[in-house]
Design a protein around this ligand. Structure first.
Ligand code: 9D3
Length: 240
C-alpha cells in the first residue's frame, strides 16, 4: 500500500511514523508513506494558502488553488489515485469497519486541513470522501490522519509480528461486525501482586474452561462499560 498525506505541518508526522509497527511496516515494504507540504504549492511570494471566508465570519479557509495543485502533483507520483479522503469534522465517523475497508486498498491520499476548513470546491473538485475520527474538536486534521494511518497499517498482512493479535482485538471480535465485545481481562506475572491474585482458572491449564471464562468476562465488561455495543448502537453517532 502507498499512503500519501497532504498537510501544512509535515513535521507533525515524523515521530508517529517512526516508531514500532508503523516504522517496521515501512522498513519491510508493507506500506510506503509520503508526506507532502501543501505550502510548497503556494503561488504568492508570501506562501499564503488561506483567506477569510466569503460572506464573512470568523477564521480562515484553505484556498482551493494550492491544495489542488499539490494534489495533482502527488496523484501523478503513483497512479491510479486510489481513495481520496479529506479529514473533516463533517466526515463519516471512522471506525474499525472503515479501517478494514481502507486496508484493502492499494493507495490512499489523505488530506489534513487547518483553519476553519476547506473551500468547498476542494471537496467537489477532488470528488473526495470525508472522514471524522469522532465528535470532538481538534485543531486540525493531522492527528486524525495519523489515527487513520495507524489503524489501517496494522491490518495490512505482515504488519504485526503476531498475526493472531489483529483479529483478536476489541472491536473485531464478536458475533458480527456490528456487535463486538470488549476484551477479557489479561494477567501476567507475578501470580500475586499487591494482594491481587491472578484468577485460579487461568492457572488451571483447563483451556476449555479458560475460553468459557474469557467469553463470559468479555460479555460482563461490555454490559457494564459499553452497553451500546450490545444494542448495536454507535455512541459516536449518538445511537444513530
Ligand atoms: C465552528 C466550526 N468548527 C467545526 C467544529 C470549525 C473547525 C474546527 C476545527 C473546523 C476544523 C477543525 C479542525 N478539525 C479537523 O480538521 C478534523 C477533525 C476534528 O476536529 N474532529 C474529529 N475528526 C476530525 S478530522 C479533521
Amino acid at each position: 500500500m502507498r499512503i500519501d498525506i497532504l498537510t501544512l505541518f509535515p513535521e507533525m508526522f515524523e515521530s508517529p511514523l517512526n516508531y514500532s509497527i508503523l516504522k517496521r511496516a515501512q522498513e519491510q515494504g508493507i506500506v510506503a508513506v509520503a508526506v507532502t507540504n501543501i505550502r510548497d504549492f503556494a503561488a504568492d511570494r508570501y506562501r499564503n494558502v488561506d483567506d477569510t471566508p466569503a460572506g464573512g465570519g470568523p477564521g480562515w479557509v484553505m484556498w482551493p488553488g494550492p491544495l489542488l495543485d499539490c494534489f495533482e502533483h502527488v496523484e501523478k507520483l503513483a497512479p491510479p489515485r486510489g481513495r481520496v479522503i479529506l479529514l473533516t469534522p463533517q466526515g463519516v465517523p471512522f471506525n474499525q469497519a472503515k479501517a478494514r475497508e481502507l486496508a484493502a486498498e492499494d493507495r490512499l491520499i489523505l488530506i489534513a486541513g487547518r483553519y476553519e476548513g476547506f473551500d468547498e470546491r476542494i471537496r467537489v473538485g477532488l470528488n473526495a470522501e470525508q472522514l471524522s475520527i469522532g465528535d470532538y474538536v481538534l485543531n486540525g486534521g493531522e492527528l486524525a490522519a495519523m489515527v487513520v494511518v495507524d489503524a489501517v497499517v496494522r491490518l495490512l498482512p505482515g504488519a504485526l509480528g503476531d498475526e493472531a493479535s489483529a483479529t483478536d482485538d476489541s472491536f473485531s471480535v464478536g458475533a458480527n461486525n456490528h456487535s463486538p465485545l470488549l476484551e477479557y481481562p489479561q494477567y501476567t506475572r507475578p501470580e500475586v501482586f499487591r494482594g491481587m491474585k491472578v484468577p485460579d482458572i487461568l492457572l488451571s491449564g483447563d483451556h476449555a474452561k479458560i475460553a468459557q471464562w474469557r467469553r463470559q468476562q468479555a460479555l460482563e465488561r461490555t454490559k457494564q462499560w459499553r452497553p451500546d455495543l450490545l444494542k448495536g448502537e454507535d455512541p459516536t453517532t449518538g445511537g444513530a
